[in-house]
Design a protein around this ligand. Structure first.
Ligand SMILES: Nc1ncnc2c1ncn2[C@@H]1O[C@H](COP(=O)(O)OP(=O)(O)OP(=O)(O)O)[C@@H](O)[C@H]1O
Ligand SMILES: [Mg+2]
Length: 449
């Protein structure tokens, strides 16, 4: 149900509109003057206002201006008598959505209202989608409270509004793409294009036409002119992912664009100028690549204007619990997993995460799928079973060549468990999964008291 506010000094008119529009399923509120209308609008934002132009006190035009100050997006339909159309047009210039001449047919009024309400819905939807997009890619979506991540956040905020080239370094799965997007969506270019290219995904010739576009007939199969990613990213941001994988000829071509901000399409002679902000990323050590001759030093200096380093997850373990919560929120749509068993959390924090945050996300996704109860336990941690197997192997591997008696092994384990439990018998019994009396009995047996 949408709410419509009718502001008109004529009692009759208010009555007609109130009666006539109610059966369209809208909630109708009325006011007899501009001031009263403003008061009502302040109390509760209407979805649409029908406003009479000619009223005693503050007139329709002034009321319109004040309404618009209050709610710039609010659609206001002006009603006006014959002969005052000029004022109605002036009102349109001040932001009125429409006007309708009195006396009007109620059906005509209904059409105008429905049309403007529909437009308003679209405006709200666009606003919503835009804010979602901003939220999605602003720092709230990059999780982390470690010092290293705080540094990354500060860098993103600091560099976003400049046009400087940024290069993001980090192992696979550390969130380089997320940072690139955050830079774009926090910059003044956020309303323009964000275009990305994976430099490792395409063979050289295809990559060239992908980046710079091609003219019709430039090569077999080029049946039409096609703009490249540089052109598409004009006024926006171009994310060059896996930059360390570029071939030498492509490095030379990229260097030229970075230096001159211009290029030609493949098979073309026209030089195109573009305004593009570059964010690059790599999981390679570019300095080592320079040493080995795989990467051009001059290109490195062009790219390395503002470096951002994403540390591997194993070096910021304090972020792991937060990330687990974040992925549970995101992936456990039915909110089934309410708890995390302490041992499971421990195992997740202790793990080395070679695949970084992406691997953690996958582990949580798997847990959400396989867990039957409301708790994430060790059984849902895939590498835990592997680690457990290797631990067990360790114990068995200790068997000396000359063999060992079961009793000796038992004694050894008792000693180890007591040492691990720092002499606490209850804990030692727990570690060996036996009762405390059994532990005491065996300690007695082997003279360990
Ligand atoms: N700090 C973080 N907070 C929340 N999600 C993250 C974070 N870091 C990474 N992710 C998630 O992990 C996954 C991998 O991130 P992303 O693709 O940005 O990594 P990458 O460094 O570009 O990896 P690759 O080098 O393999 O391309 C994505 O789903 C991303 O949303
Ligand atoms: Mg990536």
């Amino acid at each position: 149900m949408q709410s419509i506010l009718v502001i008109d000094d004529e009692k009759n008119m208010r009555w007609v509109l109130e009666r006539g529009l109610k059966d369209c399923g809208h909630r109708i509120d009325t006011a007899a003057s501009g001031l009263e209308g403003l008061e009502r609008a302040k109390l509760h934002e209407p979805d649409l206002v029908i406003l009479d132009l000619k009223m005693p006190g503050i007139d329709g035009l002034e009321t319109l201006k004040r309404l618009k100050e209050l709610y710039p997006r609010l659609p206001v339909v002006m009603t006006t008598a014959h002969g005052t159309v000029e004022t109605a047009i002036e009102a349109m210039k001040c932001g009125a959505a429409d006007y309708i001449i009195k006396p009007f047919d109620l059906e005509e009024m209904k059409i105008v209202i429905e049309k403007n309400l529909a437009v308003q819905e679209l405006v709200k939807e666009v606003d919503y989608l835009r804010s979602e997009l901003n939220l999605k890619y602003n720092r709230q979506n990059i999780i982390g409270k470690s010092e290293a991540m705080e540094k990354v956040f500060t860098m993103i905020e600091r560099v976003a509004d400049s046009n400087a080239t940024v290069i993001v370094y980090g192992e696979s799965g550390t969130g380089k793409e997320l940072v690139a997007r955050a830079i774009h969506y926090n910059s003044a270019r956020r309303e323009k294009a964000y275009i990305q290219v994976n430099c490792a995904a395409l063979p050289e010739t295809l990559l060239e036409s992908e980046l710079f576009g091609h003219e019709k007939g430039a090569f077999t199969g080029a049946t039409a002119r096609r703009p490249g990613r540089f052109e598409l990213a004009h006024h926006g941001t171009l994310f060059l992912d896996e930059i360390g994988e570029l071939s030498h000829p492509m490095q030379a071509k990229l260097l030229r664009v970075l230096q001159e901000k211009s290029f030609e399409r493949v098979g073309g002679i026209e030089t195109l100028k573009v305004d593009v902000r570059i964010v690059a990323a790599t999981n390679r050590d570019l300095l080592a690549a320079i040493d080995s001759g795989a990467f051009r030093e001059d290109l490195y200096y062009r790219l390395n204007v503002i470096p951002i380093y994403l540390p591997p997850l194993r070096e910021r373990k304090e972020d792991i619990p937060m990330l687990i919560r974040h992925f549970l929120d995101k992936l456990d749509v039915k909110k089934r997993l309410k708890h995390i068993a302490p041992e499971a959390l421990q195992a997740l924090v202790n793990y080395q995460w070679p695949g970084n945050v992406r691997e953690l996300e996958n582990v949580i996704e798997r847990a959400v799928i396989i867990a039957a109860g409301d708790t994430l336990t060790l059984e849902h941690v895939p590498f835990y079973s592997r680690a457990k197997a290797s631990e067990q192997q360790n114990i068995i591997c200790d068997i000396p060549d000359g063999g060992i008696s079961l009793e000796e092994v038992e004694k050894l384990l008792l000693v180890k468990a007591l040492a691990k439990a720092e002499g606490n018998q209850t804990k030692a019994a727990h570690l060996l999964k036996i009762s405390r009396p059994t532990l005491l009995y065996r300690m007695e047996k082997y003279g360990l008291r």
